[in-house]
Design a protein around this ligand. Structure first.
Ligand SMILES: [Zn+2]
Ligand SMILES: [Zn+2]
Length: 329
């Protein structure tokens, strides 16, 4: 038997206006009880904490307004390599952009307004906040807590199942917003190529591919190391994009903490984690880290580097640049 709607909803606007809260993120109207306080319930559509505090949507955000300088610098170095765009486009045409789409359509759940509607709502929130056309998004069964964006002409976002299982709704929004950030920042061509290079770091796989001549060229021209060095730094820009969507640095911080430490039962102290980030930043050596990363990639390990990333996000907030963007009309 369908449950009778609560009185607060039947009385609707005009009479008792305060009995509704319009979700700050997705705009959904949520009926609430009389002495409701912000944050005590979750929105019925996007599942994010319900609040009528304003949420900024950026009308015309330019990527250069938030791109991390390390990203721009590494990208400039990458673009200075003669013939790089042609080589990368050729690599992608050999390995096949459409293959990426086929693989995920065949093996992962596609998120729609009816399929995982709260994830779809979160994608919509990230896209409307940053001003990006909605890409397709998939959820794939995978125990590694991760997400990625691939494709060039028509990018797609893939969320691993473990990610959604481990993160809360705000943290999931942060990850989706980070991926949408890659599209907004026009990272997708290089990002997809970097992803391929990581896969091809396993030489025996590379030899099997028809594009091995191009791969040889890319490796010999120093494209692959420049590409991978850039890809690490591109993450920093997209963490900023994620912050522009969640509009709470601590949501980013907590997401990184989970990426770093997992979600085991022992109490992880968030303040201690931030301190670890600040300590790391003090002794940070970009060159040494690049060498370290090269080894990690060669070893085929996953590499979110959350401590470094949280330190960078905090520094951006402390610099005042984030607040300047938020205050922009
Ligand atoms: Zn909502
Ligand atoms: Zn990323």
């Amino acid at each position: 038997m369908p449950k009778k709607k609560p009185d607060s909803e039947n009385q609707s606007e005009g009479m008792t206006k305060s009995l509704f809260v319009r979700c700050r993120y997705c705009g959904q109207k949520n009926g609430v009880r009389e002495n409701y306080v912000n944050g005590e319930a979750n929105c019925g559509k996007c599942k994010l904490p319900l609040s009528n505090e304003p949420h900024k949507k950026f009308a015309d955000l330019g990527k250069h307004e938030y791109i991390h300088p390390a990203d721009s610098k590494a990208l400039a170095a990458l673009k200075a390599i003669p013939g790089i765009d042609t080589a990368l486009k050729k690599l992608l045409s050999v390995t096949g952009e459409s293959a990426i789409r086929v693989i995920f359509t065949a093996s992962a759940v596609r998120v729609t307004p009816k399929q995982c509607p709260d994830l779809h709502a979160k994608l919509q929130i990230a896209c409307t906040t940053l001003g990006v056309d909605m890409p397709d998004m998939f959820v794939q069964q995978n125990p590694v807590v991760n997400a990625f964006t691939g494709g060039v002409e028509k990018p797609i976002i893939v969320l691993h199942s473990a990610l959604i299982e481990r993160l809360n709704d705000e943290e999931t929004l942060a990850v989706i917003a980070h991926e949408v950030g890659h599209i907004h920042a026009e990272h997708v061509l290089y990002l997809t190529a970097a992803k391929l290079m990581e896969l091809l770091a396993n030489v025996s796989v590379a030899r099997l591919l028809p594009g091995s001549e191009i791969i040889k060229f890319i490796v010999s021209a120093g494209i692959s190391s420049a590409l991978l060095a850039w890809a690490r730094r591109a993450e920093l820009s997209c963490d900023r994009a994620a912050l522009l969507v969640t509009q709470d640095p601590h949501v980013i911080g907590r997401t990184m903490m989970k990426l770093a430490g997992g979600t085991f039962a022992s109490k992880i102290d968030y303040e201690e984690f931030l301190e670890q980030g600040r300590e790391f930043k003090k002794t940070y050596d970009a060159k040494a880290l690049d060498r370290f990363w090269a080894d990690i990639i060669t070893a085929g390990l996953s590499h979110p580097f959350p401590i470094w990333r949280v330190a960078e996000v905090l520094e951006w907030v402390e610099s005042g640049q984030y607040q300047d963007l938020m205050n922009k009309k």
